[in-house]
Design a protein around this ligand. Structure first.
Ligand SMILES: [Fe+2]
Ligand SMILES: [Fe+2]
Length: 337
């Protein structure tokens, strides 16, 4: 089967009609559901995107999770605990969405820990201070909101619906981060410096979260034609900058970009160019924490093997027992007849 949009395979005469129906559904802005026919390229693109998204949620638990035992108060610990747990939930919704496309969850996990599938570059940076927890909430969850709100209208039903709940939780995440930073900014000079330092370290990696510039993002156009993706990387990055600048002013921190300024004509902010070679390095596995993140995920998977084995043994026992019950019921029915 060929994967190009609108093309049909030789061995399936029904496919041109199915392709027309698919195209019409996309054109009407309606949803494609798991039972519907879809081009192989659409299915593969979605599995790759949803898996990458799911992996990001799960790996994303690590940088902040490191602070759960060291949070400065019970209140902060409870908030951080809830937030990190939400991220696990997001990962699970998304793995389920990938399963509706025929992907196998165990296989996706294997691909992640063997480095054959990616996760967001942002989680390969370290979290040396508690201000990092606040800045991750503000920037990283903020960027996730910019990315994910339009995905609530993505053309694939299960993905779009999982985004609705995820986005509600992400906005709580962003607020808790910003509120934490507001509190630190009302504290001591040392706390204010800690916030500014975290802002300096996270700003550029956060802009890179939207992916390479549009001119270097060849798959984007197809994803937009299929309405999996609704806006380009550059457009989403611009939205994030425009949203964040006034928040930085209110907080009293400086965003580390000398080229950042309001452009009256465009009605948007101009800003500098991220170091795209850094993004390439981090994506290819050479970020500051890539090895550590994947090793930790692999260890967690291996440590959990006994749970999976126990659950499988239990399910088999239940199935055997209900099979046995059915047989004895039939025998009883047989003797009664
Ligand atoms: Fe999340
Ligand atoms: Fe989040």
């Amino acid at each position: 089967m060929t994967t190009s949009h609108g093309a049909a395979s030789d061995d399936d005469s029904a496919e041109p009609r199915l392709q027309e129906q698919f195209d019409a559904t996309i054109a009407r802005d309606q949803r494609i559901e798991p039972r519907d026919w879809m081009p192989e390229g659409y299915r593969r693109t979605l599995i790759r995107q949803i898996a990458q998204h799911a992996h990001s949620e799960i790996i994303g638990m690590q940088p902040e999770g490191e602070w759960i035992t060291r949070a400065p108060s019970l209140r902060r610990k409870a908030i951080l605990f809830a937030k990190v747990q939400d991220e696990a939930g997001h990962g699970l919704y998304l793995y389920s969405a990938a399963e509706t496309l025929g992907a196998d969850r165990a296989d996706l996990t294997e691909r992640l820990i063997e480095g054959r599938q990616k996760y967001s570059s942002i989680f390969n940076y370290p979290t040396p201070t508690f201000a990092d927890v606040g800045v991750i909430g503000w920037f990283v969850d903020g960027a996730a909101i910019c990315n994910q709100v339009p995905l609530c209208r993505s053309s694939y039903g299960p993905y779009a619906r999982s985004m609705v709940r995820i986005c509600k939780e992400e906005s709580f995440h962003q607020r808790q981060g910003y509120e934490l930073l507001l509190t630190m900014m009302r504290g001591t000079d040392a706390q204010r410096e800690m916030v500014q330092d975290a802002v300096n370290r996270w700003w550029w990696p956060s802009l890179m979260m939207f992916g390479p510039p549009d001119k270097d993002s060849p798959n984007s156009a197809t994803s937009m034609a299929w309405k999996i993706k609704r806006h380009s990387n550059d457009e989403l990055r611009q939205r994030f900058v425009d949203m964040t600048v006034p928040q930085a002013a209110k907080l009293g921190v400086t965003l580390p970009d000398p080229e950042l300024r309001w452009n009256e004509e465009r009605g948007r902010h101009d800003f500098g160019t991220p170091d795209w070679s850094e993004l390439k390095r981090v994506i290819s596995g050479e970020g500051p924490c890539n090895e550590e993140r994947v090793a930790r995920r692999r260890a967690a998977h291996e440590d959990g093997a006994w749970v999976r084995e126990a659950a499988t043994a239990h399910a088999a026992k239940q199935a055997a027992r209900s099979g046995h019950t059915r047989v004895s019921q039939k025998l009883q029915e047989g003797t009664a007849a």
